[in-house]
Design a protein around this ligand. Structure first.
Ligand code: GDP
Ligand code: MG
Length: 415
């Protein structure tokens, strides 16, 4: 094998070429190293704890939270005002059902609102300071709106107590106090008539023209719609027209009317009616009675006697004695109630002709003074115009209509 000659030009050239290659290699290596330092370094491997610590941050960056669908309004229902028109309201609980027949109460109490509530709104003007002079004006409005002395004093007492306790600082407080007192006066009204005996006997009393016979017709129709069988007793034997009127209602409802001969004793007619109802298994007997002027003492004697006759026929007193009062007579209705109450144990009152009278406040007076509940109201002459009394509907119709809470021009002028 030939030995390497270090002095030969070929060998020297080869060595120089290798050295050049090495130098170029080193330079390229250095350049690469610098570039690598400028690039972000890969994160060094971490212990598992460290990774767990940082995870939420990394998750947020990697998966930004969805913006729209999961915002606050998904958790909290929007306030009603924020709703677009026509958009259904999101509610957690269903709204309370409006009291039955609110519309009928509203239209029946329209004039009373004008007379009572608008005038009160005149007293509670927004800028008015509530002092004792307010109480005098409230008293005048209540008395002249036929609320009656007794109920008026009761409402004033509630206002005075709250005023002295410093709880009456705004008109809203005063409205609330009056409404609360009215609610408490009416608490026992509108419970309805229990029909749990066969027959259940309802005696209808009241002076002439208040609406007894009409109310009996409307009541019969109401019970008929509830599937009850009925029998009417024509106890107003003093007027032939009254018997005919009841017969017309009997035909309309499709129930029998028991009547006596002309000028028959009312007691005997009602006795016969109860006997017949017992024999026929009829559910309800409604008995009409005479209503000559209450100032004639004999009528009250006659009613007492009638009460005893019912008891003899039935074996117990009449199940219900309904006194019919005409709302348009105002204070007079309160006095009538006293006379009838002295003659018979009244179980309930029907207040007719609330439509078209501004004296609806008399309801409070009657109930408060006599402690007899209102069970029905008449708001017109049609059969459907007899409404079961509801204290809630009455209060809402009377107090809650916004236009009535602003003083009317009349009211402002009157106060
Ligand atoms: N506007 C109105 N009229 C009524 C109401 N109830 C009864 N009436 C009318 O009052 C009048 C006397 O009624 P009536 O039943 O004969 O009275 P009664 O003498 O007590 O039997 C009739 O013209 C009835 O139509 C009512 O709620 N509203
Ligand atoms: Mg009559």
């Amino acid at each position: 094998m030939e030995s390497l000659d270090l002095n030969s030009p070929t060998t020297l050239a080869a060595i120089a070429a290798v050295a050049a290659l090495i130098v170029i290699g080193i330079i390229i290596g250095l350049l690469r190293g610098r570039k690598k330092q400028e690039l972000p370094l890969e994160p060094p491997p971490r212990p598992p704890e460290a990774l767990a610590e940082d995870r939420p941050k990394i998750t947020v960056e990697a998966e930004p939270e969805p913006t729209q669908p999961l915002q606050l309004e998904d958790l909290v229902p929007p306030p009603p005002k924020a709703r677009a028109i026509g958009e259904p309201e999101a509610r957690v609980t269903p709204p309370p059902a409006p009291p039955a027949d609110l519309g009928a109460f509203r239209s029946g109490l329209k004039s009373t609102r004008g007379n009572l509530i608008s005038r009160l709104a005149g007293v509670f003007r927004r800028d008015r300071e509530l002092d004792t002079s307010v109480l005098d004006e409230v008293e005048e409005v209540l008395i002249t709106a036929d609320v009656g002395v007794h109920a008026t004093q009761r409402i004033l007492e509630a206002l005075r107590t709250q005023m002295n306790d410093g709880q009456l600082s705004s008109a809203d407080d005063a409205w609330e106090a009056i409404r609360e007192e009215a609610r408490s006066i009416l608490a026992s009204s509108g419970q309805g008539l229990a029909i749990d005996q066969t027959p259940t006997v309802i005696l209808v009393v009241g002076v002439n023209g208040v609406g007894k016979t009409t109310t009996i017709g409307k009541l019969a129709s109401r019970f008929d719609r509830q599937g009850k069988t009925l029998l009417l007793g024509a106890g107003d034997t003093f007027r032939a027209a009254a018997v005919t009127q009841l017969e017309v209602w009997g035909r309309r409802v499709g129930c029998e009317v028991v009547k006596g001969k002309d000028r028959a004793d009312p007691g005997s007619v009602i006795f016969d009616a109860i006997e017949k109802a017992k024999g026929d298994g009829v559910d309800i007997v409604i008995a009409d009675t005479a209503g000559r002027l209450h100032t004639k003492v004999p009528l009250m004697d006659e009613l007492k006697k009638l009460g005893r006759t019912v008891e003899k026929a039935l074996g117990r007193p009449a199940d219900h004695v309904l006194l019919v009062l005409d709302a348009t007579t105002g204070q007079n209705a309160i006095q009538q109630a006293q006379l009838f109450k002295d003659a018979l144990p009244l179980s309930g009152i029907v207040l007719t002709k609330l439509d078209g009278t501004a004296k609806g406040g008399v309801i409070l007076g009657i109930v408060d003074q006599h402690q007899v509940p209102i069970e029905f109201i008449g708001v017109g002459e049609r059969v459907e115009d007899l409404k079961a009394f509801s204290a809630e509907a009455f209060l809402e119709a009377l107090f809650e209509s916004p236009e009535t809470l602003e003083p009317s021009e009349d009211a402002a002028g009157a106060s």
